[in-house]
Ligand binder design. Sequence first.
Ligand SMILES: [Zn+2]
Length: 568
Amino acid sequence: MYKPGNFIPADLIINNWSDLKPYFDKLEKQNIETTEALEKMILHLSDILSIFAEQSARAYINMTCHTDNPDFVKTHETFATIISPEVEIASNTIQKKLAASPCFANLPAGRYSQLQKSIKRDLELFRKENVPLEAALSKLASQYGQLAGSLTVDLDGKTLTIPEASVFLESSDRERRKQAWLAIVESRFNKKTEHSEIFNQMVKLRHNIALNAGYKNFRDYQHDNLHRFDYTVNDVLKFHESIEKCILPLKIKIAKKHRNKLKLDKADYRPWDETGKPLGQPPLKPFVSAQELLDKTNKIFSKIRPEFGENIKTMEQNNLFDLDTRKAKAPGGYNYGLEVTGMPFIFMNAAGVHRDVITLMHEGGHAMHTFLTHDEPLIQYRHCPSEVAETASMSMELISSTHWDIFYNKQELVHARREHLEDIIGVFAWVATVDCFQHWIYTHPEHTPAERDEAFLKIINRFSTGLVNWEGYEPYRKNLWQRQLHIFEAPFYYIEYAIAQLGALQVYRNYIKEPDAAIQAYIRGLSLGHTKPIAEVWGAMNISFDFSEKTIKDLMDFAQEEIARLDN
Ligand SMILES: [Zn+2]
């Protein structure tokens, strides 16, 4: 396992920026006239960043596990709002120094080309005049967060949050899911103007950031800013087309089958029916306690690969799980790699439902990835782009599904696996809708809110099954984009999920054919971390990084066969 060297003490306690600053100052004074010295500086920067990242992670973990502890909340805030921005500025200064060295271009290419690319890109895009615009955007993002988080609905005389109310969308009681659906869309629609006003300002700021950096529009700027070195804007547009042509037809088939199961006529399949469970299909109850969930997960991971089970055990021995839901815990789930400990922490809110199983398999995939990269000395290479990181986690969902008999009887297992696959197919169209809509927004920066809604309607129609009767609820449909946090807070960060899912489906197809070989390839690829371009990492995983119709069509044929096999 990687350990930081002597440049900075591994047990340094960071309470404030002044604890860390001396190491950046020392680093800045280093002489880098030889390639060797330059390599040392890169390593030392990584050591400082690793120690900072571990403590910043611990602060975040403590806060999310105990949101009612004022000390934890305050420490996290100090890291997020005071120390972190300083670290960013100081790293930028060091990066500039690295790039300005005459030896920078001559670093051994096999080892450093990925790092060179990203440092160069960051420096190319950096504009001082954009710093206040970025700050204004992050303020707007927290305004959106507060607004979206404050939405509630009244159901059965109780006030519920949107995630709480969403549970009823899966109900097999039609009236119940209709009430929940209506309450949710109305609650959002009531705040439409507020949402729109925040977003109008965001579009303006983002457009100006792009112009300042010498770009024609924010779409092209953000593509570069997100370090998408391995595909172009045009590739993404082609991917939208492939989704429409090769994946949507399968989604239509699945929706028709679902409509039949609900015993609804053609005109009677309504927006609240799409997520409904058929009558007589009771909800799955995979476990009772978080400990049971963990023990069973350990068994599954050991079956997939004994060392994966060992990793889970080591995490458990080191208290690196907080799984059960309770009061004063933040919502959601995550895997957080600890850069010095060399192990990850998994957080989630398990309540005994099937979704929790998928969440832990997903985060467990990220966790195995953390273990597989922990020998890498450079933090920049331990962190992978989401296209790769999410391939690790989404593959684990699918691979593990072949072992879910540990949670379920035969019939439940079939239901769970089939619905998981159907959900995966269904999500592609929504990802394409969200992405395509953002392409339109930022290539038409002068649009009005009404034009924006019309554009969304056109795009959602392009990727929809055409089976749902929206009569009487059209205004809510045009407003659906406002539920997607990424559009507000992380522009263009979304298509990665669809890309990673293409990878995951290929890993799963390999696993079904030859489990051992597929897991060996999974390990081989993920162990590369970020040292190689995505196509090479995927190549090592024995899967191909391309969005061509042929690849996608083959994959959909496979998915269809799998679903048919589970249907029988
Ligand atoms: Zn993930």
